[in-house]
Design a protein around this ligand. Structure first.
Ligand SMILES: Cc1ncc(COP(=O)(O)O)c(C=O)c1O
Length: 382
């Protein structure tokens, strides 16, 4: 089995980590950050900036926009205009600001479920209503119910859709044909599509995702970041890419009003280093995650009451556990109580999520092996 230099576990206890703020005997494999150290080029960029002893307000350097542009062009063949990108302190702030800018109170915001649970916060906290189009699980894979999607888009109270591409928690890259069908329906019913592509950098080696805006540029915007791929979520560095001028003006204004448009002293340099110098690291991370995915798959094969959903992206595994007679919530709670392994329960991800758990496998091999052993022990005890 291939080992990587970053397979040596690093303790994150006592570092104020959200994920690792757990009991001593607990093993957290829930929230979406990685336990791998970041790329050397990023550490170097942060150290260099930290060495300058004045930490005042930053402006967005031109090299930041160019770095993102060149990265997406080289990696995904997506050539967006360099002046269509602007900075944001996170993808979630972009979602919330966009909901405020692009819909009205009381209106519906369309999502494909199961989806990232914080989508619901961005919608409900702004007094909008989630319109949940549940994806269909058939023969072990998910597909979109396009009849239901169209009915929801045709609703006169719905003018915005938040797409998750690739989709957390399903680990699914939406096929190009599906994205084109979504775009066609969105145009027909005048729905703006906000594509959250934060998970786009992690996929099965050689299986790249298709950026939505590489197919369509009107009535849409992309919220993304190198933060998941390069594990720098704590630096609060993200962006919006939006060639549609009308939408760009509205969302940029709202992000400014919400004070989420300016980066801290490390936010730009870290992203530039990731885009310009981090490719080899990213390829290795993708290989390590693919290896980890396969190890979990093999370990679960003997247990037909538990099914790992086939997937091609993200480091988040989606596991169907209702064959054990437990709901996802009961499974996750008992698993944590009885073995200390902490996974996320699927019920938080909206319609179709109960009956599942989500497992984060972006971690060094010894941690993964420990997680698998606890999971298998629990399944055997049922
Ligand atoms: C789909 C999705 N969007 C956004 C985020 C968080 O983005 P940020 O930390 O940039 O606000 C996550 C984190 O798990 C996510 O899964």
């Amino acid at each position: 089995m291939k080992l990587f230099p970053f397979d040596e576990p690093i303790s994150r206890r006592g570092t104020g980590s959200l994920k690792w703020d757990v009991k001593d005997d607990e093993l957290p494999m829930w929230v979406a950050d990685q336990d791998f150290p970041v790329a050397d080029c990023i550490v170097k960029a942060v150290e260099q900036r930290a060495a300058h002893p004045v930490y005042g307000y930053q402006i967005t350097p031109e090299s930041w926009a160019k770095a993102y542009h060149d990265f997406y062009l080289d990696e995904f063949g997506w050539d967006f205009p360099v002046d269509s990108i602007f900075f944001a302190t996170g993808v979630v702030p972009v979602l919330s600001s966009s909901v405020r800018a692009l819909s009205k109170e009381g209106e519906k915001v369309l999502v494909l479920t199961p989806c990232y649970n914080i989508f619901f916060n961005s919608i409900v906290n702004n007094r909008r209503i989630p319109s949940e189009c549940e994806m269909v699980l058939e023969n072990g894979t998910y597909h979109i119910d396009f009849a239901d999607l169209e009915a929801r888009m045709a609703d006169p109270d719905c003018h915005l859709m938040i797409l998750c591409n690739p989709q957390n928690p399903l680990g699914k890259i939406h096929p190009k044909e599906d994205l084109l069908r979504i775009a066609k329906l969105a145009e027909k019913h005048d729905v703006v599509v906000l594509s959250d592509e934060i998970h786009g950098l992690i996929s099965e080696p050689k299986k790249k995702y298709t950026p939505y805006l590489s197919l369509v540029t009107k009535n849409c915007l992309c919220a993304t970041s190198v933060s998941k791929g390069f594990n720098i979520a704590g630096l609060q560095s993200a962006c919006v890419i939006c060639p549609d001028e009308k939408i760009r003006a509205k969302v940029e204004r709202q992000l400014n009003t919400d004070e989420c448009a300016e980066g801290n002293v490390f936010a730009y340099d870290a992203a530039i280093a990731a885009c310009n110098e981090g490719r080899e690291y990213l390829y290795d991370i993708n290989e390590a995650i693919s290896r980890n995915r396969s190890l979990v798959k093999d370990a679960l094969l003997p247990y037909p009451n538990v099914q790992l959903i086939e997937q091609n992206a993200t480091y988040l595994l989606w596991i169907k556990v209702d064959g054990t007679g437990l709901s996802g919530k009961e499974f996750a709670e008992r698993l944590r109580e009885e073995t200390g392994l902490y996974l996320s329960s699927g019920h938080v991800y909206g319609k179709g999520g109960d009956g599942f758990v989500r497992m984060n496998v972006a971690c060094p091999l010894p941690l993964l092996e420990e997680g698998i052993s606890r999971l298998v022990r629990f399944i055997e005890s049922l």
